[in-house]
Design a binder for this molecule. Structure first.
Ligand code: FE2
Length: 365
């Protein structure tokens, strides 16, 4: 019975640490981590929770072996490495600092090597139970180091957020500081189709995160003094992701209105010419938005020859990168609708149609 407790308690403790660390990562995993340039050998996201669950079980069992038959001095080292392991989630995901994460994980590597080396004589099984964990954190060190090297170093810069200058950026001495666009309506004006809470998160937090990331990433790069649309067309990796998400969201929020409108004649004629009717266009657009796998954007775009098309783009995609002019966009990232519609994207699309500012869409033709 006592032996069972020696195994079960450390395993449960490890799993608890894993759950708490996972909860600290949630926001960064959806907003920040996907924007990073990652190592070529990065496994799919689903691998991480599975691997960590198995490794935490092995880690707990290893302590159980030491508690029963081993040198008790290594119990302290075991707890120390678990604490450093937990701190990595704080540094890397919560504080979003790949550098602090890298320093932490190197310390973790050393502590784990010391533990394995120390327990190997008296309780070799405790050491073997740590070998997969050691291999994994060495691999994680490579992933973390790659992210640190390939993504610009964080620098302390002041981000000026102003609500006075919609759809634009302000220039300081060396760097263009991209700013929050002003909404052309009150935060509660789109309710109940789009609630104030959704706007507080989608506009107030998600968009601001993209803008903050962009301002941080462009410092010291050729993109520092470029207008936003030029960055979208020229950049790649993390800078493209954050620039495009800034542009896309600014465009998306600017094309909403609480006042339901009829489709202007000029636009209706163009849609009818291309799709057969306005209703046929809306049906095709709805299907594209509902059918887009994962996160992304669906656009109505105009070619240089004046042809209209529906363009579905994954992640931060923007038709400007294909030489097309955006006229209308819907954001089908889950963060656009999870507060109001939970997982029901079709309901969000239906509500969104009632908020489209058709006059602005027509003006862009
Ligand atoms: Fe969004």
């Amino acid at each position: 019975m006592k032996k069972a407790v020696c195994y079960v308690v450390p395993v449960l403790l490890c799993l608890l640490v894993g759950v708490v660390a996972g909860s600290l990562q949630t926001e960064s995993l959806s907003e920040w981590y996907p924007t990073l340039t990652k190592a070529p050998l990065s496994p799919p996201a689903i691998v991480f929770p599975i691997a960590w669950t198995l490794l935490y079980i092995c880690m707990g069992l290893s302590l159980g072996r030491v508690l029963i038959d081993g040198d008790k001095r290594f119990v302290t080292l075991w707890f120390l490495q678990l604490a450093v392991n937990f701190l990595w989630s704080i540094f890397f995901f919560y504080l979003r600092s790949p550098l602090a994460g890298l320093v932490d994980i190197v310390v973790l590597d050393l502590l784990v090597v010391l533990y394995v080396w120390g327990v190997r004589r008296q309780t070799p099984s405790a050491a073997w139970l740590f070998v997969p964990y050691l291999a994994w954190i060495l691999f994680a060190t490579y992933l973390n180091a790659y992210i640190y090297i390939k993504n610009p170093i964080e620098k302390e810069i002041s981000v000026v957020l102003t609500m006075e200058d919609p759809m634009s950026s302000t220039k300081n001495q060396q760097t263009m500081t991209h700013t929050m666009p002003q909404l052309p309506y009150a935060m509660e004006a789109l309710s109940p189709k789009m609630s104030r809470e959704t706007l507080e998160y989608h506009y107030g937090k998600h968009l601001q995160t993209y803008i903050d990331n962009l301002n941080r990433l462009i410092v010291g790069t050729p993109y520092a003094a470029m207008p936003l649309d030029e960055i979208v067309c020229k950049a790649d990796g993390a800078i493209f992701n954050n620039a495009a998400q800034t542009w896309n969201h600014t465009f998306f929020f600017d094309t909403l209105t609480p006042a339901q409108q009829a489709v202007p004649e000029k636009l209706a004629a163009a849609l009818t010419k291309e799709f057969g009717s306005v209703e046929a266009f809306k049906e095709a657009f709805t299907q594209a938005a509902a059918g887009l796998f994962g996160s992304g954007w669906v656009w109505l775009a105009e070619s240089p020859e004046g042809r209209l098309s529906i363009v579905a783009e994954s992640n931060a995609g923007n038709p400007m990168t294909r030489g097309l002019k955006p006229l209308l966009a819907i954001d089908v990232w889950e963060h656009a609708y999870y507060i109001d519609c939970r997982n029901r994207r079709a309901e969000f699309i239906k509500n969104w149609w009632d908020l489209v500012d058709w006059r602005k869409v027509a003006d862009r033709l």
